[in-house]
Design a protein around this ligand. Structure first.
Ligand code: NAD
Length: 260
């Protein structure tokens, strides 16, 4: 068990990638705080984990709301005795060409992806620094932290921004044994991506099959989607790493879509 008795606060973990990380971390002995906008789904996910013998709670949070972030981190920390791992993962996607993007949607995207990362980091670092047992901060970036695609201006901007935040937290956190890293997945078939397939087909005037083959997976080495399990394995590598040797990094898991 690589994460025995570690406490992990995972945003957006009632679905998709975050949920898979919660499942793997629970198997590795961590106590899990399922922090999600959808409280009902968060509670259901926590119940699923508890049914396997793990310790987990669901907490309601909108990651763009400072009071809700602070309250949910405090609730989780009080339940399990601190915070050792933050996975800042909650996210959405909105696609339009730049000239059609509303300013409101631009701000919503940056708020969820960047304000959410900042607020959860600030709230969790407070515990990690005070506890004196180190910690791991992990941001859910994307291949779009390194590369651009049509129609995704705020997403690409925010995901690039997470790398800057991780590098800064890596430098500031080092003396407390707190590491910060970014995971950069390629396309994973979660509800977030299922929603984009028909939207992109409509905007680009091509079929859904063409969106998958010629847009999403075109640059991969084998035409395969990355899976939630692939991403969770990378999260475990970062979370379980014992020293500051692995910090300030961004690791791409994308079937070779992006190679650095
Ligand atoms: P998902 O839609 O399956 O899950 C996202 C979760 O975030 C949901 O449970 C949702 O309720 C929650 N959420 C949304 N807004 C929130 C808010 N304001 N506060 C709290 N919770 C909120 O999506 P996913 O594909 O698992 O995406 C998770 C992360 O992975 C996102 O940051 C996304 O950008 C990133 N990512 C996804 C892919 C992909 O192909 N699916 C690829 C690279 C990166």
């Amino acid at each position: 068990m690589q994460l025995k008795d570690k406490v992990a606060y995972i945003t957006g973990s009632a679905s998709g990638i975050g949920k898979e990380i919660a499942i793997l971390f629970a198997q590795e002995g961590a106590k899990i705080i399922i922090a999600d906008l959808n409280k009902e789904a968060a509670d259901a996910t926590a119940a699923e984990l508890k049914a396997t013998g793990a310790q987990a709670i669901g907490v309601a949070v909108d990651v763009t709301n400072e009071d809700q972030v602070n309250a949910s981190v405090e609730e989780g920390a009080a339940a399990f005795g601190g915070i050792d791992i933050l996975i800042s993962n909650a996210g959405i996607q909105i696609v339009h060409p730049v000239e059609e993007f509303s300013f409101a949607d631009w701000k919503k995207m940056l708020a969820i992806h960047l304000d959410g990362a900042f607020l959860t980091t600030k709230a969790c670092l407070k515990h990690m620094y005070a506890q004196g047992r180190g910690g791991s901060v992990i941001y859910m970036g994307s291949v779009h932290s390194k590369e651009a695609s049509l129609l995704k201006a705020p997403y690409v901007t925010a995901k690039h921004g997470l790398i800057g935040l991780a590098k800064t937290v890596a430098k500031e956190g080092a003396k407390h044994g707190v590491r910060a890293n970014v995971i950069c997945p390629g396309f994973v078939r979660t509800p977030l991506v299922e929603k984009q397939i028909p939207e992109q087909a409509k905007t680009l005037g091509i079929s859904e099959e063409e969106v998958i083959k010629n847009v999403m997976l075109k640059e991969t080495v084998d035409g395969e989607f990355t899976t939630t399990e692939d991403v969770a394995r990378v999260a475990l590598l970062f979370a379980g790493f014992p020293t500051n040797a692995l910090t300030g990094q961004s690791l791409v898991v994308s079937h070779g879509w992006f190679m650095q």
